[in-house]
Design a protein around this ligand. Structure first.
Ligand code: NAG
Ligand code: NAG
Ligand code: NAG
Ligand code: NAG
Ligand code: NAG
Length: 612
């Protein structure tokens, strides 16, 4: 396969040589086999424009990684000494030489500064250009690709760079990336039709034992409300006091708008006595904010209502980021935008004071995101961590599987050209939150969990003990070949195994379009956990301590004394029963669900050393 590609590339390279820069021999940078749901559809329309995102090589990135390791390790004397925006930007900046070479290359194709965006650190250059120019620059050809569900995107399956740029450019997208980040919410049920008999996601079969009446006691057993979460996760009686410094962010994509009117109804239902709850809205990349109640998004409302409800009166910020398929190949003017996480990261990293806690419930299968792009995206999340921001992500609603149909019939085929059967992990995660159900809590069957298949995502230092413990219990021969068991341990901070923690995920009572609905999914779990983290940040801020930032090392070192270990449940997929929840960390429920008062005690132990 690779040999054939190389031959094709060098052949076209010779045939197209026109520009002096192009005379430099070009080298294949990346090639992929697209996921099987994507089929080549047509050539792209003349004058189609694309936004290429060029990631320059970062010579000092390992210094940043060392800093993060120290300042997020509760046993290190530098714990909590977050870096400033300027310090982080210095450490992710490219070399002067890389910048100059890439600038000259862009100029040689007539690309002017007016059509480029550069991140403050200059580590990413985003250029707006026609697809035909992009083809010449990257020695490739683009096509329109169609997903089985009808979405269209412009992509290529490989690209090359001039030899002299190969060591200066880490990656360029969109080229080979077929990811379509979607919201991780599983299912919305109207509240009087509770979950019975619904099978469209293939897991409702497990819900038929529930009776369709509401609990008389707020115990989260049948319906999850603020009141039951506050009691289950032990926040009752804690009144946040650091409103002026603290805030909680909720990301929204794909034209999901959080509705202020629905938030008021939700508070009236579950937190009465608050006069007029509201949140701020930030619009990014053409994102919109239609407050017509019919336009309220279920995902956006769920996330905002529970994150804000749990952390009230901590101020809330909803980020509405634009940019998504469908792309219309008949329109000559439309810009085929990149994936929206990148746009959100451009925005949030350029802010002086991002919120200390931010929850995201959107993701895609890891295998649709090229490894180097996944790594660079994780690095950007960690830049936020180094600056004191905790990021929670839903772990996915497909167990270990691909979510395509009944887990018994899932194929879970890799798209690396080998068509192997493998568990399909979700991307991205920073602090990854899986799902639980009921009281006493058990892991919910859809809770996404497992192991990254990317070798670069070797087990981070803080995680190896917990994960090795689980693998020992699992046994050498279980699921051989289905997941990446043998990743080497090292000090990198990227995720290898997930989720890290969990929270309730079944039958959340949220308000949408003016009515109560029941919503299930780890989409509910992430804002719930984030709401608790916002309270922990509050506790630290009110006594002048820095925020928690990248949370995982603290969770893995001290979590066992402050989280409720979940030991029942499993997450089926790919024709298997998935992993089992066990004592200690497991790839279904992570380390467990939060006990706020115990976590508060833990996080208040750590002060900042004044002698450094
Ligand atoms: C891209 O460039 C074209 C031509 O200069 C311009 O019309 C368009 O507004 C630009 N789009 C973006 C998103 O910058
Ligand atoms: C907002 O949504 C409503 C209802 O769908 C629609 O009638 C209205 O035109 C939209 N407003 C804007 C500014 O798009
Ligand atoms: C993998 O499956 C695709 C069709 O889904 C097929 O075209 C390809 O040849 C297969 N590759 C291998 C190595 O079996
Ligand atoms: C929740 O429901 C289960 C199953 O019906 C039951 O065994 C358990 O006692 C209930 N828990 C509470 C707190 O009511
Ligand atoms: C999960 O637990 C069940 C019941 O104890 C057991 O039969 C099964 O083998 C376990 N599966 C794994 C993957 O550990």
């Amino acid at each position: 396969m690779h040999l054939i590609w190389l031959w094709l590339i060098s052949f076209t390279g010779l045939a197209l040589a026109v520009n002096p820069h192009r005379l430099a021999p070009s080298r294949l940078k990346e090639s992929v086999v697209p996921p099987k749901q994507w089929k080549k559809y047509s050539s792209y329309p003349a004058d189609s424009r694309i936004e290429l995102r060029i990631g320059l090589v970062q010579p000092h990135i390992h210094v940043l990684e060392n800093h993060i390791q120290e300042i997020s390790d509760p046993d290190h004397e530098r714990y909590g000494r977050h870096l400033s925006k300027a310090e982080v930007e210095d450490l992710v900046a490219p070399s002067e030489e890389s910048t100059q070479l890439v600038n000259a290359w862009l100029k040689s194709f007539g690309i002017e500064d007016a059509n480029t965006y550069r991140t403050p650190a200059q580590d990413w250059i985003v250029v707006n250009l026609t697809v035909s120019v992009a083809e010449k620059m990257l020695d490739t050809s683009y096509n329109v690709w169609k997903h089985d569900d009808g979405d269209l995107i412009i992509r290529t399956t490989s690209y090359s760079l001039p030899e002299y740029l190969v060591d200066h450019i880490d990656l360029i997208q969109p080229t080979t990336m077929f990811a379509r980040f979607s919201n991780i919410k599983a299912t919305v049920y109207s509240s009087n039709e509770r979950a019975l008999g619904q099978t469209n996601t293939g897991y409702a079969r497990d819900l038929t034992t529930l009776t369709p009446s509401f609990d008389s006691q707020p115990n989260c057993n049948l319906t999850v409300t603020l009141e039951c979460l506050q009691s289950l996760y032990n926040t009752v009686g804690y009144i946040p006091g650091a409103h002026s410094e603290n805030s909680i962010g909720i990301t929204g994509y794909l034209e999901q708008y959080a509705n202020q009117e629905d938030l008021k109804l939700f508070f009236a239902d579950q937190k009465p006595g608050v006069a007029s709850p509201s949140f701020d809205v930030v619009l990014i990349n053409g994102g919109m904010n239609n407050q017509s109640i019919q336009q309220a998004g279920d995902e956006a409302n769920l996330d905002v209502q529970f994150a804000l409800g749990l952390s009230y009166p901590t101020p809330g910020i909803f980020y509405s980021t634009g940019g998504k398929p469908p792309f219309n190949p008949d329109s000559n003017t439309e810009l085929n935008t990149n994936e929206p996480y990148a746009k959100w990261l451009d925005y949030i990293l350029s802010q002086d004071y991002p919120p200390p806690t931010i929850s995201t419930s959107y993701g895609d299968h890891e295998q649709t995101v090229p490894e180097n792009y996944a790594r660079r995206t994780c690095q950007r999340f960690l830049e936020l961590g180094a600056r004191g921001v905790t990021l929670t992500f839903s772990s996915g609603d497909e167990g270990v599987g691909d979510g395509e149909s009944d887990p018994k019939f899932q194929t879970c085929i890799t798209n690396d050209g080998k068509n192997e059967t493998r568990f399909l992990p979700v991307f991205p995660s920073v602090t990854s939150v899986g799902g639980t159900r009921g009281v006493p809590e058990e892991a919910v069957f859809f809770s996404g969990g497992g192991f990254s298949n990317y070798p670069q995502f070797t087990r981070p230092w803080y995680q190896s003990h917990a994960v090795d413990g689980f693998l020992k219990k699992l046994g050498e021969d279980t699921y051989n070949g289905l997941f990446n068991r043998y990743a080497l341990c090292c000090i990198l901070n990227y995720h290898q195994a997930y989720p890290d923690v969990s929270a309730q995920g079944l039958n959340f009572r949220a308000f949408i379009h003016g009515n109560p609905y029941l919503i299930s999914g780890t989409s509910a779990s992430s804002p719930t956990f984030a709401g608790i983290v916002a309270l922990l940040n509050d506790a630290r801020l009110r006594v002048g301590l820095p925020t928690l930032g990248f949370l995982n090392p603290l969770l893995y070192k001290r979590g066992m004394e402050a989280l409720n270990d979940i030991t029942i449940g499993n997450n089926p997929g790919c024709g298997t029963s998935g992993f089992n929840a066990t004592e200690g960390w497991d790839p279904v429920s992570g380390l467990g669900t939060p006990d706020f008062r115990k976590l508060e005690k833990v996080v208040m132990e750590y002060e900042v050393s004044k002698n450094l």
